[in-house]
Each structure stands twice: as C-alpha cells, then as structure tokens.
Design a protein. Structure first.
Length: 163
C-alpha cells in the first residue's frame, strides 16, 4: 500500500531541498547550465522581506516527492488576479503515483480560494507526457500566443534602447 500523499507549504528550512529539485528539473529539461540562481537567492525570493513566489512540497513518508512553485499574475481583461505556475516537478521515481495531479489540484485550489481568474503555465513542446496530462485535465492550449522573454543582456539593452 502506498503511503498517504501530503502537500504542505514550503518552509525556509526547505530551501536547499527545493533548490536541489530545481536543478533536477533543469537537468530533466535538458538545460542544467541555465540554473544560475543560488539557494540564497531562492531563500530571499520565497522568504525575504518581499516574497516574489510561493512553493508547496509533496511528501510521502516525510520524504519529498515533488514540488510546485508559483506566483501572482493579473488579467487586465478580467481585472482579477491569477496565478502563474512557474514549475511543477516530480522526480522520475515518484511519477505515475498521482503526485503531479495532486500538486496541480492543490495550486488550483489556492487560485480558487484567492478569487483568481486563471491558473496558467508553460510546457516544453517535446514533453509529451506533460502535454497529454494537461490536455486530460481540460487545460486550454493557447496556440495563438507566443511566449516572449527579455533576459540578461537583452533586458539591459531594452532599457537603453527604448525611449
């Protein structure tokens, strides 16, 4: 029999664990070299004086089996807040046990409780199992929208080039 799954808010003493899961996620997504943050930056982002994000941890037998990290967003058209699911990760050895669904359900419940208009996220186009999972949930794929990003030098250049 499988132990009961528990989802709880991350605590400050979970930062090292969360950071290690973030590195695992980046490795799974074939981009470990793109992890340039540190546990200290993560600690400040989650538990500093002006938290920028929140995280929850899924546990079985007091061992972490996944996490979700999310932050607020806003819909100007609906004039209501939303949540952006930045990352949801379940290590391979814990997949197919309902952990991912439970984490997504938990974050969705937070969005509903907070009166959010929507919960949104992005998924890599090659991640067929995740895409299939989201489709089964009834998540709407928005093919007309293209995700854009300014970061690093491009972000700095935009500050300098734009009037």
């Amino acid at each position: 029999m499988t132990a009961e799954l528990r989802i709880r808010p991350a605590r400050e003493d979970d930062v090292e664990l969360l950071f290690s899961l973030i590195v695992q996620l980046a490795t799974y997504e074939r981009a470990p070299e793109q992890v340039v943050g540190t546990p200290e930056l993560l600690r400040d982002a989650l538990f500093g004086p002006a938290p920028a994000a929140e995280a929850v941890i899924a546990e079985r037998d007091r061992a972490a089996v996944g996490f979700a990290l999310f932050h607020g967003s806003f819909s100007t058209w609906e004039c209501r807040p939303g949540l952006w699911l930045e990352d949801l990760y379940v290590p391979p050895e814990h997949r197919r046990g309902g952990v991912g669904g439970a984490l997504l359900r938990h974050v969705a419940a937070i969005a509903v409780e907070r009166g959010c208009a929507r919960l949104e996220w992005a998924a890599l186009d090659w991640n067929a199992s995740a895409l299939s999972f989201y489709e089964r949930l009834g998540a709407e794929l928005l093919p007309e929208w293209k995700l854009h990003r300014l970061s690093s030098e491009a972000l700095q250049r935009a500050c300098e080039l734009l009037p």
